[in-house]
Design a protein around this ligand. Structure first.
Ligand code: ZN
Length: 121
């Protein structure tokens, strides 16, 4: 895997150094390509999560795709960057997107509905 913009450690679960290596490779390549197209920094606020981190610390859902290495959250706090990031994600085929007040969740979990955008609130 050859990532141009990201390093795997950006995707580590905070309680397990090195666990960013558990991220799905195809997903990371898509994210990296989207980052190039977007031409703005993608700051990863959550990538891989151990079951402990997801369920007990991050407040994630039980079936979170973060535990499978199939989801990542990208920091985003303004409407212009939100448009740029979401367009870039969709252009590379990332078709499950969640929008929070301060982040965008990108997700390619094929066991869940495709082509959806949801809100966190
Ligand atoms: Zn997320």
């Amino acid at each position: 895997m050859d990532l141009k913009y990201f390093t795997l450690s950006e995707f580590d679960s905070p309680d397990e150094p090195g666990s960013g290596s558990k991220m799905d490779k195809d997903f990371l390549e898509k994210l990296d390509y989207a980052r190039g197209n977007a031409s703005i920094a993608f700051k990863i606020t959550s990538g891989y999560r151990t079951p402990h981190w997801n369920d007990n610390v991050a407040g994630g859902r039980i079936g979170s795709s973060h535990k499978k290495g199939l989801a990542a959250d990208i920091a985003c706090v303004n409407s212009r960057n939100r448009q740029i990031i979401i367009k870039a994600l969709m252009d590379v085929g990332i078709n499950r997107i969640g929008i929070g007040n301060t982040f965008i969740h990108a997700d390619v979990d094929k066991s869940k509905d495709a082509n959806v955008i949801w809100l966190y609130n």
